[in-house]
Design a protein around this ligand. Structure first.
Ligand code: PMP
Length: 402
C-alpha cells in the first residue's frame, strides 16, 4: 500500500500529448503540426541571431553573476516590457499607474494575475472565448477562481469572429467579471476582431462593467510588427479602464524554455501602485520566490538597444513572413488538388495557427494514414509546415475531405 495509491491519473493534455504521439511514430513521413513553436523551413527550432549574440556577450562578461532577482524581476526588463506593450505615448504609463512584474512567461503571468484576482478581488467569474487556448481552462480554477465560462467568438460558417454573438454574450455577462481577450493572433482560430470591432467590444466592456485580461502571447509575431499587434491592448489601456495584461517572449524572441514574460496591472490612479506591487511580490514570493534571470537579461538588452531592437524587428518579420508564405502555399496546394470547399480562411487567419475546419474524425484519419499530427479541433501550426512537406500535407487534407 502506498500513500499515493489514491492519486488519480491526470488526463492527457490535448496539445502536449500530440508531441508525445509524434515522437513515438517511426514513420519517416511524419509531420508535426501540433507544436506551438516556430520552426525553420528545415523543420528545426530557431534561435534568433540577436539572442545568440547576447548569449555570447553575457557569457564573456565576467562582471555578471547569478544572484537572485527581486520577486518582481529585473527592473531593466519590466520597464522596457511595459513600454513595448503600451507604447511610447501610453496614457497609463505616463501617469505612472501601471504595475509590471516579471513572470514565468505568459502562463506564469496569467497564473499570478488570476491568483491576485482570487485573493484580493473576490470570487469573480472569468469568461474566455469559445474556443480558446486550452490552458486558460486550467489556470483560472487552479488560481482559486470558479471554472471559466465562455463567450461566443468564432463563426464556423464564415471562419471569422462572431461579433454579434460575442457582443451579446459580453452584454449578458455578470458585471464585474473578468474577460480574457487574445490581444492578437487568437489561438486556436487565427481570427482576430477588426479595429472597428475592438472599439465595439471596448464599448460593451465599459457598459457591462467587465474587467479585461489581455493575453498577449504573440506580439510582433502575428503581423511582424510589434506596434500593430499591440493595437487592441493599447486601445483598451488608453481608454481609462483598469485591466490586466499578460506578456510572453516565448514566440517573439523564441525563448520558449527560458520563461520570459510579464504581468501588467493598469490602475485608475497611481496611488495604489505600491500596494498592488507589494501584494504581487508577496504572491510571487510564496509561489516561486523570484523569476529566472537569463532570458530576462537578454530580452532587456534587446529592447533597450536601438540597433539590437532593429535586428529583432527584422527577425520577427522574417518569421512571420515565412508563416504567411506557408499559408499561401497550403491554400494554393489545396486548391490545385481540387479539395472541395473554400480554403481562403487559411490565408486570412493570422498568427502561428490555422483552424482548418477539419473535424476530429478527419484529424484521426490524417494521423493514421499520413502520420500528420494536429489537435483534434483541426488546428494546425503553420510554423510546422515547410516547403518540403506542404504538398504532402495538402494531399492528406484533400484525401480526408473528399
Ligand atoms: N496564451 C496563449 C493564447 C498562448 O497561445 C500561449 C502559448 N501557447 C500562452 C498564453 C503562454 O505561453 P508561454 O507560457 O510559453 O509564454
Amino acid at each position: 500500500h502506498s500513500l499515493f495509491s489514491a492519486v488519480p491519473a491526470a488526463p492527457p493534455d490535448p496539445i502536449l500529448s500530440i508531441t508525445a504521439a509524434f515522437r513515438a511514430d517511426p514513420s519517416p513521413k511524419k509531420v508535426n503540426l501540433g507544436v506551438g513553436a516556430y520552426r525553420t523551413d528545415d523543420g528545426l527550432p530557431y534561435v534568433l541571431p540577436i539572442v545568440r549574440q547576447y548569449e555570447r556577450h553575457f557569457a564573456n562578461d565576467h562582471s555578471l553573476n547569478h544572484e537572485y532577482l527581486p520577486q518582481d524581476g529585473l527592473t531593466h526588463f519590466t520597464v522596457h516590457s511595459a513600454r513595448l506593450m503600451f507604447g511610447k505615448h501610453s496614457a497609463p504609463l505616463n501617469d505612472n499607474r501601471v504595475v509590471t512584474v516579471q513572470a514565468l512567461s505568459g502562463t506564469g503571468a496569467l497564473r499570478i494575475g488570476f491568483a491576485f484576482i482570487a485573493t484580493f478581488l473576490g470570487q469573480r467569474l472569468v469568461y474566455v472565448p469559445n474556443p480558446t487556448w486550452s490552458n486558460h481552462r486550467n489556470v483560472v480554477p487552479h488560481a482559486g477562481l470558479p471554472p471559466t465560462r465562455t463567450y461566443r467568438y468564432f463563426d464556423a460558417a464564415t471562419c471569422a469572429v462572431d461579433i454579434d454573438g460575442l457582443l451579446a454574450d459580453l452584454k449578458a455577462a455578470v458585471p464585474g467579471s473578468i474577460v480574457i481577450f487574445h490581444g492578437c493572433a487568437h489561438n486556436p482560430t487565427g481570427a482576430d476582431p477588426s479595429r472597428e470591432q475592438w472599439k465595439q467590444i471596448l464599448q460593451v466592456v465599459k457598459e457591462a462593467a467587465l474587467v479585461p485580461f489581455f493575453d498577449n502571447a504573440y506580439q510582433g509575431f502575428a503581423s511582424g510588427d510589434l506596434d500593430t499587434d499591440a493595437w487592441s491592448t493599447r486601445l483598451f489601456a488608453d481608454s481609462g479602464i483598469e485591466m490586466f495584461v499578460a506578456q510572453s517572449y516565448a514566440k517573439n524572441m523564441g525563448m520558449y524554455g527560458e520563461r520570459v514574460g510579464a504581468l501588467n496591472v493598469v490602475l485608475s490612479s497611481s496611488s495604489s501602485v505600491d500596494i498592488v506591487r507589494g501584494q504581487l511580490k508577496r504572491l510571487i514570493r510564496a509561489t516561486y520566490s523570484s523569476p529566472p534571470l537569463h532570458g530576462a537579461r537578454i530580452a532587456a538588452a534587446i529592447m533597450s538597444d536601438e540597433h539590437a531592437f532593429r535586428s529583432w524587428q527584422t527577425e520577427l518579420r522574417t518569421m512571420s513572413e515565412r508563416i504567411r508564405n506557408m499559408r499561401t502555399r497550403l491554400r494554393d496546394c489545396l486548391v490545385a488538388n481540387g479539395a472541395p470547399g473554400n480554403w481562403d480562411h487559411i490565408v486570412k487567419q493570422i498568427g502561428m495557427f490555422s483552424f482548418t475546419g477539419l473535424n476530429a474524425e478527419q484529424v484521426r484519419f490524417i494521423r493514421s494514414k499520413y502520420h500528420v499530427y494536429m489537435t483534434l479541433n483541426g488546428r494546425i501550426s503553420m510554423a510546422g509546415l515547410t516547403e518540403a512537406t506542404v504538398q504532402y500535407v495538402a494531399d492528406a487534407i484533400c484525401d480526408a475531405v473528399k
